[in-house]
Design a protein. Structure first.
Length: 330
């Protein structure tokens, strides 16, 4: 069976999705969440989903694999690109790798450290491609899942105040901005790391900000109000939902082989703790796409608003929804 409705053949960026497509995915995820597991096991019966991860991943890779298996599909692919011919002495191109694997599969999920890799793979592939994160560009399924979590818990996002902590140029926050700008939130609050580069927008209607110019333009075009804050205490007092990110993130465009761990202590004004939540009397939802560092204290795990493990469960249903949309139910 072909993919349903007019949903795009590939899911590469939230920026490419119409609001109706977002609504389709959230509605499908909701339906799947309330469908007994025994009734989802044949939805993609006989399909083969390939996961090609050129960057390390826990939640996204295993999330897509679990989603495929729960739909009755099979999974192939790799989590270590050194096992492929793309990084050995042959150096097979990404385009050729995508074409070869797509000839064997019904859908291809790609994570890569090169910005634009998902679009390159989609251009070469003969099956649908889903972007599992490409460089500093986008991570659409993570953002869609997080929006779904917020929507379910808040009863909708219209009129909500949403805070984003971290470098807005990272792919999760970039995808979130694109989504939130069209979902009629009242205001976005940004708590930006001091190391984030200052981008000066050329449009006179856009003030000097610490947002990448393209995101500032998106918010301006949608008339979405946004402001900057200097401490998580302000976010806890004002926001309905807070998306946390580590403020010390290596370049997502780096080859994983070139990265090494290092010690970093997050400045206190960027850290959320249970004591800060109590002090603010905050009811804000606390989300984090993971993995976390010390910006989110473990004592937040047991607070009412700490939803980052529930996010993981939600992402399963959202990714199941994505697979049924791009592959098509059997």
């Amino acid at each position: 069976m072909q993919p349903t409705d007019d949903f795009p053949r590939h899911l590469l960026a939230t920026a490419d999705l119409a609001t109706t497509h977002v609504e389709q995915l959230l509605a499908k995820a909701t339906a799947l969440r309330h469908t007994p597991a025994k009734d989802t096991r044949t939805l993609l019966d006989g399909a083969l989903v390939a996961t090609l991860f050129f960057q390390p991943s826990t939640r996204t890779r295993l999330g897509f694999e679990a989603a495929a298996l729960r739909l009755g599909a099979r999974v192939t692919g790799f989590a270590d690109p050194s096992t492929s011919r793309s990084v050995d002495y042959i150096g097979e191109s990404l385009e050729d790798t995508a074409r070869v694997v797509s000839e064997l599969s019904d859908a291809l999920v790609l994570r890569h450290y090169v910005t634009g890799a998902a679009h390159r793979a989609a251009h070469a592939a003969v099956c649908p491609v889903i972007n599992g994160g490409d460089g500093s560009n986008e991570h659409p399924t993570q953002a869609l899942s997080d929006v779904w979590t917020m929507t379910r818990r808040l009863g909708g996002l219209k009129g909500a105040v949403v805070a984003l902590v971290g470098d807005p140029g990272t792919r999760v926050l970039r995808s979130l901005v694109h989504l939130l700008a069209r979902l009629e939130v009242k205001r976005l609050l940004f708590l930006v790391p001091p190391a984030a580069p200052l981008i000066i927008a050329g449009d006179d209607a856009v003030t000097h900000t610490s947002l990448p110019a393209d995101l500032a333009a998106v918010l301006h075009e949608s008339a979405t109000a946004y402001e900057f804050r200097s401490d998580v205490a302000e976010l806890l007092a004002e926001a309905d939902a807070i998306e946390m990110m580590p403020i010390d993130v290596p370049s997502l465009e780096s080859d994983p082989a070139d990265l090494s761990s290092h010690l970093y202590v997050t400045p206190e004004r960027y850290r959320i703790t249970a004591a800060k939540i109590r002090a603010a009397g905050s009811k804000a939802l606390i989300l984090h796409p993971g993995p976390r560092k010390d910006e989110l204290h473990p004592d937040v795990d047991t607070t009412e608003g700490g939803l980052y493990f529930e996010q993981v469960k939600d992402s399963l249903y959202l990714r199941m929804a994505v697979l049924t949309q791009v592959v098509g139910e059997r």
